[in-house]
Unconditional design. Structure first.
Length: 523
């Protein structure tokens, strides 16, 4: 069966009224239901439907207590009426009965499943998928629901989700060949014949007597595609699996591709990314290292290898790796940007400046390059140069609020409170609850002799942190500036009290044992 054909699933039956024999004996309901089940089991479906409907009517009209049924039992009768209609290919009528079943008892997984079967039968694949997913909400391990979702997603050309649910079906029923067979068809339809044959062989291994619903895999006409089309199928499938967070399956697909085409270097690069995200660093380095210098991902692979080595505290090795790569690619700005970071980590600030300056030359529109250059200038005390670099970075990335904060702070250091206030105002528009930005803007207004604008900012800081000593001091000073002497002195007294407390705490000597513990931990 091709994925373009009509999907066919069988409705599920139930062990219907186990535990509900209390109303079976001596009631019209019980008699009608028993007759309905006997007719159903011998495939006399029209007769079964009449008896089941009579049972529902009896439940409504019989007055005796033993004839009362629960919602679950009523839903199951609707389900069996739907099944009897489905077996006669009357899917529209079956759909109505299944809807009655799920409305009567929303927890009945089989009713949701059969509802999905009826939607699939009339070609409403999206609604079938929704019903099967609802089934799994109530019974996560139902094999039939996983298999049906695999078939539906395969028809919808959503290979990742199809693959996932076929795998889940195999987990729910390890001896089932059918999901493996359809996984093979999916691979075969995209020309991945090696993967297809592996699935077909696995299907026969777990179920030697399996008879496929279509011609045998070896007898069917193989779809011919170019190697590039097949390669792209591997990449699309692995990407879909990663997107669904099935990273183990994505890794398996990459390995299958590389077994088929060892020269597929992009797969090594993507596999390295996958392994690095899982913190399997040694394996990631091994995968990255197989990307050759002539490949388009070579520089990016080296950058990521360097990042992994940096995480492993192998800073010198990380730098040497990038240095060799830069000799082959002297025009790649990201190499110099990363080299600058590593040189800073190693305390080689003069060399780091040259690396960042080279990065800015190669990446004139990269705000991070300008920011890092400004940062290393501040380390070396070149504040004017740092300001120029950071202004350029803000120009390139006007929504980089952290950068604006740093720029504002630099303006404060140079007593340019007017320029600093502009930056802090912009940051507060996006981070209105940030305490330190509120404090810095209040400080700017205080220094600009605008205490009325500074006061609410300092009060906002103190509401969030009542022990913010500098805010207490400046708030007191601002109230004195506007002539509110009593309130100003009150805040200054609170500041003095807090300062004395801090000084007393600082004067308490550290117990000898504690100093020893600190010394030991440091060593």
């Amino acid at each position: 069966m091709s994925v373009n054909d009509q999907l066919h699933f069988m409705p599920l039956d139930l062990d219907t009224f186990t535990g509900s024999e209390r109303f079976m004996a001596g009631t019209r309901l019980g008699a009608a239901f028993s007759q309905g089940m006997r007719s159903y089991l011998r495939a006399a479906y029209p007769e079964a439907i009449e008896h089941f409907k009579a049972a529902l009517i009896a439940a409504y009209v019989d007055g005796e207590e033993q004839a009362q049924i629960f919602e679950r039992e009523r839903a199951i009768i609707y389900l069996y009426i739907g099944n009897a209609l489905a077996f006669q290919d009357d899917w529209d009528s079956a759909l109505r009965e299944y809807l009655e079943a799920v409305q009567t008892d929303q927890q009945l997984a089989e009713a949701h499943y059969n509802l999905g079967v009826s939607f699939a039968a009339i070609g409403h694949i999206d609604r079938a998928i929704a019903a099967f997913k609802e089934t799994l909400e109530h019974n996560p391990n139902l094999y039939e629901a996983h298999f049906a979702l695999g078939r539906c997603y395969q028809k919808a050309d959503d290979a990742g989700r199809a693959y996932i649910h076929y795998n889940s079906a195999c987990t729910a029923r390890p001896q089932a060949a059918e999901p493996r067979y359809y996984m093979g068809l999916m691979h075969q339809s995209h020309g991945a014949h090696e993967l297809a044959q592996r699935c077909f062989a696995e299907a026969l291994r777990v179920e030697p007597n399996f008879v496929s619903p279509d011609p045998e895999p070896g007898e069917s006409v193989l779809i011919t595609r170019s190697e590039e089309e097949v390669v792209q199928w591997y990449y699309r499938l692995s990407q879909a699996l990663k997107h669904q967070r099935y990273e183990e399956e994505a890794e398996r697909i990459y390995h299958a591709l590389l077994q088929w085409r060892p020269q597929e270097h992009q797969a090594y690069y993507l596999l390295g990314n996958l392994l690095a995200r899982q913190r399997r660093f040694d394996e990631a380095l091994e995968a990255y290292d197989k990307v050759p210098p002539q490949h388009r991902n070579f520089v990016e692979a080296r950058l990521r290898m360097s990042a992994v080595l940096r995480l492993q505290k192998q800073t010198k090795q990380a730098y040497d790796l990038l240095f060799e790569c830069a000799r082959l690619n002297p025009g790649h700005g990201m190499l110099f940007l990363s080299m600058g970071k590593l040189l800073y980590d190693m305390g080689l600030n003069a060399q780091a400046v040259r690396a960042f300056e080279r990065a800015v030359q190669l990446l004139p529109r990269d705000p991070q390059a300008h920011y890092l250059l400004g940062f290393i200038y501040t380390v070396l005390g070149r504040e004017s140069w740092a300001l120029a670099a950071w202004r350029k970075a803000v120009e390139l990335a006007p929504d980089a609020h952290s950068l604006r904060y740093d720029l504002g702070y630099m303006y404060v250091r140079r007593t340019r409170y007017d320029l600093a206030a502009v930056e802090f105002q912009h940051v507060l528009e996006h981070w209105p609850d940030d305490t330190e930005t509120s404090f810095m803007l209040g400080l700017c207004y205080k220094e600009l002799i605008e205490p009325a604008r500074a006061i609410p900012l300092f009060e906002k800081v103190l509401r969030r942190n009542p022990r913010h000593a500098q805010a207490l001091y400046y708030l007191g000073a601002c109230y004195l500036q506007i002539g509110n002497t009593s309130l100003g002195k009150a805040y200054l007294r609170r500041y003095d009290h807090l300062a004395r407390q801090s000084a007393a705490i600082a004067a308490v000597p550290t117990p000898p044992r504690r100093r020893a513990l600190v010394s030991n931990s440091t060593s």
